[in-house]
Design a protein around this ligand. Structure first.
Ligand SMILES: [Fe+2]
Length: 348
């Protein structure tokens, strides 16, 4: 039985092919197109599927798309569509960002974004670039496979726990956002994953880190590693500020208060401008609060699971300095991080 996993919703588009539970091939689209992260995480790019990565996986197994039994897509639009669709229809104004945004939407582009995802099966069977169509040919428009929309953080959790060396482990996922969740806690036993809790939008450590990345003159959803490194030049001058902003609620929940970066830390640095001490201190304080709060969350997760083992995934788990802090300061004795902790790993 062949299962094809696809990540395409935001960025780091990727594909994985599994045969009877064994990974045959996995690849990120950027390796073929030479576009870093595959695409930018904007609604207009959501329709783009990682055709080259899929083609690579099919080629490795010497099969065609029509031979695939199951396709998993690491985002479930139906977790959000209930509020947006009426009788199977969603309305998209001609100029969404110039129109009033209904209160139940988060962005004026929500209908376009979700519509692209719902139509991904047909896009997969009919949208491959001309020169690689051979392995996609002769597949019925709606597919000869069974399609599964997988909740984004469940995909992250499975990508961390199932390939890990543990039969039982606590699982922590943390990223910018999935459908609603930004952080989840689970307990994995054999091939079962039980969700213990989750933090929902708008409270997101990942999005906070992205905003500071942008404020420091870097590309958000891409250059966060530069902020992590920049932190080593600074001091925790703003740590108390961030302690006020990010509050732990005691049951794995946390809140992040809204604040204006410009008002709090001065004007944003433009790309190419020299760094000042306040930039180093902002990066240092952000990194310090991330590590401090996540270790506190891991103390809660350990109390809930009583497991010695921890698995990590989600874009924030690409922060290796945070991961080292979890390894050294949290109650877990063994920590396993999914190497493709970002969205690419959700294809697995
Ligand atoms: Fe993610």
């Amino acid at each position: 039985m062949y299962t094809l996993g696809i990540n395409a919703v935001y960025h780091d588009s990727a594909a994985t092919l599994v045969k009877d539970g064994v990974v045959v091939a996995a690849a990120e689209e950027e390796r073929f197109t030479r576009k870093k992260h595959g695409k930018r995480p904007v609604p207009f790019s959501t329709y783009e599927l990682p055709y080259f990565a899929i083609d690579y996986c099919l080629k490795a197994a010497e099969i065609h798309l029509r031979d695939v039994d199951h396709v998993g897509y690491s985002y479930d639009p139906y977790l959000l569509l209930d509020k947006l669709s009426h009788n199977g229809k969603i309305e998209l104004p001609i100029e969404p960002s110039a129109s009033p945004v209904p209160v139940e939407w988060e962005s004026p582009w929500d209908p376009l974004f979700l519509s692209y995802i719902v139509n991904a099966p047909r896009q997969l069977t009919s949208g491959a670039p001309h020169h690689i169509q051979a392995r996609f040919a002769d597949t019925p428009l709606t597919g000869s496979f069974q399609w599964h929309f997988v909740e984004h953080h469940l995909a992250h959790a499975a990508s961390a726990f199932l390939p890990s060396p543990f039969d039982e482990a606590a699982i922590f996922t943390i990223d910018g956002r999935g459908e609603r969740a930004t952080t989840t806690y689970s307990h994995g036993i054999c091939n079962q994953i039980t969700r213990l809790g989750q933090v929902n939008m708008p409270h997101s450590m990942g999005i906070l880190y992205e905003k500071v990345t942008e404020h420091l003159g870097f590309l958000h959803s891409s250059d966060e590693y530069k902020v992590m490194a920049l932190a080593s030049f600074g001091s925790p001058a703003f740590l108390d500020f961030f302690r006020e902003v990010i509050q732990i609620q005691g049951d794995g929940q946390y809140t992040i208060a809204d604040f204006d970066l410009g008002e709090s830390f001065g004007p944003a640095r433009k790309k190419g401008e020299p760094f000042e001490q306040r930039h180093y201190d902002l990066a240092h304080s952000l990194q310090a609060i991330l590590e401090e709060r996540v270790v506190q969350l891991m103390e809660w997760l350990h109390r809930e699971t009583r497991s010695p083992n921890l698995c990590l995934a989600g874009g924030v788990a690409l922060n290796c300095v945070m991961n080292a802090r979890i390894r050294d300061r949290s109650p877990f004795s063994k920590v396993w991080v999914q190497p493709a902790a970002g969205d690419a790993g959700t294809a697995l």
